[in-house]
Structures are given as structure tokens and as C-alpha cells.
Design a protein around this ligand. Structure first.
Ligand code: FPP
Length: 253
């Protein structure tokens, strides 16, 4: 992977609003099963929730939204479910890119994209190019992504770029590695949200979540929308982010 060419844009975020929100969208299958529908109906409804959430986040002034759409481990699902998810990605890319452009949203896709069929890979590249100059919000879709994969690919890219590091490992720094992570185009997430009631990271952004605030909700992803987002943002506003300092130090700063 090459070094991200575009610097992280800096613009004022409304006070108390997280700059970067990362979401694990869980519960599509259970949402459908509760309605006696096939699991894939939950994924289709989940795409609608993606659209609503992107709009709501842009309205809130959030600058970076990252969604975990397909993990490296999701290939283990039944073949027909994986195939429906791929169709949904393709349809969403075909339908939504014009809207993303109209709304000033830049799209990035991170993960092992080369494992996808050629048509999907082409659509991803085209959508990224067509939205590259948008500045209102960056929407990153993590697809065939895993946090451990991300760290390993970053180490490989760093060593490839600077072979001298093998002889002198003391030159390996957090900053040097960060520049090669798949999400080098975004600051670290301020707020992590997981829907669907489970309380785990599931191999999402392991490197970048070091100081992120966590918010878990029982709401299934297809039911996620502006109201649950507002609750998560209200909870975030009440947090004291200390980054290792004491409360008194934070108050003084
Ligand atoms: C988790 O629910 C959800 C997924 C594995 C897929 C997420 C995909 C979408 C929301 C649709 C496509 C997204 C885009 C960006 C176009 P689950 O199936 O694990 O639910 P369960 O835990 O109830 O079984």
C-alpha cells in the first residue's frame, strides 16, 4: 500500500462534537429474524440505515465517519449471504455516488479490496475518484478489513519504504507506522459506536481505537438513526477525555 497522498484536512468541528465517529453496524440478521424475514432482508434495511446515518452525521458537523461493512472474517458466512452483501455494495455504489457528490461527501474504502470481484473493485475506485475533492465529510467504508491485517500491512509497507529499519529497529516509531495504516487519511476516532447489543471490537481499527470513547447500544443496525446517534453524541459530550493525564491536569489545560 502506498502512503496516503492527502493530508488530514483541518476545519473547526462544532464544540463537543466528535471529529471522527467509527461504527460497527451489528444486528441486521437478528432484526430480520425477529420479523420472520430472511437475514438478507436485514442487510437490505441496513443499507437504508447507512444512508440515514451518513446524512445525520454530516448535519451534526462530524468530519469523518467510518463504517465496518464487511470484516475479513465475514467470508466464513454462508456463500449466498456473502453474495447478497456483495450485490448490496455494488448497488449502493451505483446508486449513491451522485448523492454523495451532491452532499459534499468524500468516499474512501479501506481493506483488502483486491479480494473482491473486478466489477466491485472498479466501482470502488471510480466512486473514490468522483468524490475525491469533497470536503464536508469523509465517509470511509471498511470492507474485507481487519485491524490485525491493517497493522501487518502497515509494517510491511514501512519496511518496504525504508529497508534500513530492519537493521536498526529503534527507528520504527508510532508516527512512522501510523502513516501507513489504512486510515491514515483520518484522525483517530473520538467515538466508537456498536449496535446490536454485543460489547466487543471484533478486530475493527485495533491501532486507532487506543483513546477512543466507546458507546454500545442494543438497537439493531437497521433501526439506527438520528435519535440513537443523538444519544451517543450526548453521552460523548459528558465524557472527560484525559489521554493518560489526571482530571486536575485536564481542568487546568
Ligand atoms: C452485521 O449484522 C452486519 C454486516 C456483517 C454487514 C453490514 C452491511 C450493511 C449494513 C449493508 C451494506 C453496507 C454498505 C456500506 C453499502 P449481522 O448480520 O452480523 O447481524 P446479527 O449479529 O444479528 O446476525
Amino acid at each position: 500500500m502506498s502512503l496516503s497522498p492527502d493530508p488530514i484536512p483541518i476545519k473547526p468541528t462544532p464544540a463537543g462534537v466528535p471529529r471522527h465517529v467509527a461504527i460497527v453496524m451489528d444486528g441486521n440478521g437478528r432484526w430480520a429474524t425477529r420479523r420472520r424475514l430472511p437475514r438478507v432482508a436485514g442487510h437490505a434495511k441496513g443499507v437504508e440505515a447507512v444512508r440515514t446515518t451518513v446524512e445525520a452525521c454530516a448535519r451534526e458537523g462530524i468530519e469523518f465517519l467510518t463504517l465496518f461493512a464487511f470484516s475479513s472474517e465475514n467470508w466464513r458466512r454462508p456463500a449466498d449471504e456473502v453474495s447478497v452483501l456483495m450485490r448490496l455494495f455494488i448497488t449502493a455504489l451505483e446508486r449513491e455516488v451522485t448523492q454523495l457528490r451532491a452532499n459534499g461527501i468524500r468516499l474512501r474504502v479501506v481493506g483488502q479490496i483486491d479480494a473482491f470481484e473486478g466489477r466491485l473493485q472498479r466501482l470502488i475506485r471510480e466512486a473514490e475518484q468522483r468524490t475525491a475533492n469533497n470536503t464536508r465529510m469523509t465517509l470511509t467504508i471498511a470492507a474485507n478489513y481487519g485491524g490485525r491485517w491493517d497493522i501487518v500491512q502497515a509494517v510491511r509497507a514501512l519496511v518496504e519504504e525504508r529497508p534500513e529499519l530492519v537493521r536498526d529497529p529503534s527507528l520504527v516509531t508510532e508516527d512512522a507506522l501510523s502513516r501507513h495504516m489504512a486510515l491514515a487519511h483520518a484522525p483517530e476516532p473520538d467515538l466508537f459506536i456498536r449496535t446490536g447489543g454485543e460489547q466487543r471490537i471484533s478486530n475493527f481499527m485495533l491501532w486507532q481505537l487506543a483513546y477512543t470513547e466507546f458507546y454500545f447500544t442494543d438497537t439493531f443496525w437497521p433501526d439506527f438513526g438520528p435519535e440513537v446517534l443523538a444519544s451517543a453524541l450526548a453521552s460523548y459530550r459528558d465524557r472527560e477525555r484525559r489521554f493518560g493525564r489526571t482530571s486536575a491536569q485536564v481542568a487546568t489545560a
